[in-house]
Design a protein around this ligand. Structure first.
Ligand code: ZN
Ligand code: ZN
Length: 405
């Protein structure tokens, strides 16, 4: 094991020394959130914070995402650390002095903290460049909230030359005890795809349904039949979730409408069950519609794939965190979470792990803390130093000894 990486005073002290800058950068990003694949102001803030450091910057053409490359004094392995930069299209209602100044945009998923922690990790690691053997890629990525930003950066060739041999990311969560890290080997997060089913019948008078083809009961039957499909045709140990969040049909009580629209989400924890449920939705919907003389047009919009953590990488992260902050600072998750992340695209190419950092606000019971994506989400900034230190130690230890380092 590498002495420098596992010296808790070393990386934590470096992170604590940068804490004021981490918080300042986080607040500046928080006050000026940007959406989607274009986050130029956020990237400019990051670049200003890292000005003058021995970093090479690489950018693609499809997004404002950037990779800052730190080449250590000696050659060696290559490791990637990722932070996402985009906010959510929603109003902020936290009352914080540095709350969003942009109408309808808020950093409610903590990506402001991810970016700030990654920037400080880059600074801390630059200061130790002379003792580093290998290369660290700091991936500042926009477009995580449904925009496939990571995929676009990969397609732009930003994960090549040098290609990382390991990849790690942190994601904060406010509704758990502050300072705790959690993660797991294997599936961490689900895939998330959008289901659109347009059931087409024939409009008519509500009193004479036999002269029409009513799409509403057919749509309802499809909703119910898909729940049956889930329990009968999907392995209970490889679960999926199908939820229809929107049904749209009709205009008044005495008219049978021409069509009914179902809008839903499907989550899976493996690519096998994802494929099975996609096929099932198509088959069940179109055949039920046909049975009643309707037609169903099924479209499944592919969202993020399943986020799968490499077992060696998850162990590497867990043991590094435990060495830095004590064994109680790491908790293994017994099950995946059904949310989704586009870091999954990186993990499809590079063995690695995403780790959750718990940041419950001070003085609040974690059970009642507002979760990510809440308009009232606030967090404990003091914990960010831990995230910075964890980034540095995880990366440096990988450079020093690989996953077994
Ligand atoms: Zn989010
Ligand atoms: Zn997020």
């Amino acid at each position: 094991m590498n002495d420098v990486a596992l010296n808790p005073v070393g990386w934590l002290a470096a992170a604590e020394a940068l804490q004021a800058d981490t918080v300042a950068l986080r607040r500046a990003i928080h006050a000026e959130p940007e959406l989607g694949l274009e986050t130029p102001k956020t990237l400019a803030k990051v670049k200003a914070a890292l000005a003058g450091l021995p970093l090479e910057w690489k950018q693609g053409h499809s997004t404002t995402g950037a990779i800052a490359v730190l080449r250590g004094a000696k050659p060696g392995r290559t490791v990637l650390l990722r932070g996402d930069m985009d906010a959510l299209p929603m109003p902020e209602d936290t009352g914080l002095p540095f709350r969003s100044k942009v109408q309808g945009a808020m950093h409610a998923c903590g990506h402001d903290t991810h970016t700030a922690m990654l920037a400080s990790a880059a600074r801390a690691m630059c200061a130790r460049r002379d003792s580093l053997a290998g290369t660290v890629l700091f991936m500042f990525q926009p477009g995580e909230e449904g925009w496939h930003g990571a995929k676009k950066m990969i397609e732009d060739g930003l994960l090549e030359d040098p290609a990382p041999e390991a990849a790690f990311a942190l994601h904060i969560f406010p509704n758990a005890p502050a300072g705790l890290f959690t993660g797991r080997a294997g599936t961490l997060l689900a895939s998330a795809d959008e289901i659109h089913i347009d059931v087409r019948g024939k409009g008519g008078h509500a009193s004479m349904p036999h002269h029409a083809i009513d799409p509403i009961p057919v749509a309802c039957e499809i909703v119910t039949a898909l729940q049956v499909f889930v329990t009968r045709r999907i392995d209970v140990f490889d679960p999926v979730v199908v939820t229809f969040g929107k049904i749209e049909a009709g205009s008044t009580d005495n008219v049978i409408p021409e069509s009914a629209l179902l809008l839903g989400t499907v989550r899976s924890v493996s690519e096998e069950s994802r494929k099975a449920i996609h096929g099932g939705i198509e088959r069940v919907a179109s055949n039920i519609a046909r049975a009643h003389g309707c037609e169903a047009e099924v479209h499944i919009e592919q969202g993020f794939p399943v986020t799968v953590c490499d077992a060696r990488a998850a162990k590497h992260a867990a043991s590094t965190v435990a060495a830095l902050f004590g064994p109680d600072s790491w908790r293994e998750m017994h099950a995946p979470v059904m949310g989704a992340e586009d870091f999954s695209y990186v993990l499809q190419r590079v063995p690695g792990a995403m780790v959750f950092l718990r940041v419950c606000p001070e003085g609040q019971a974690w059970q009642s803390a507002c979760p990510c994506h809440s308009n009232k989400m606030v967090l404990n900034e003091a914990v960010l130093a831990r995230g910075v230190a964890a980034h540095c130690a995880i990366a440096e230890r990988f450079l020093a000894g690989g996953f077994g380092g």
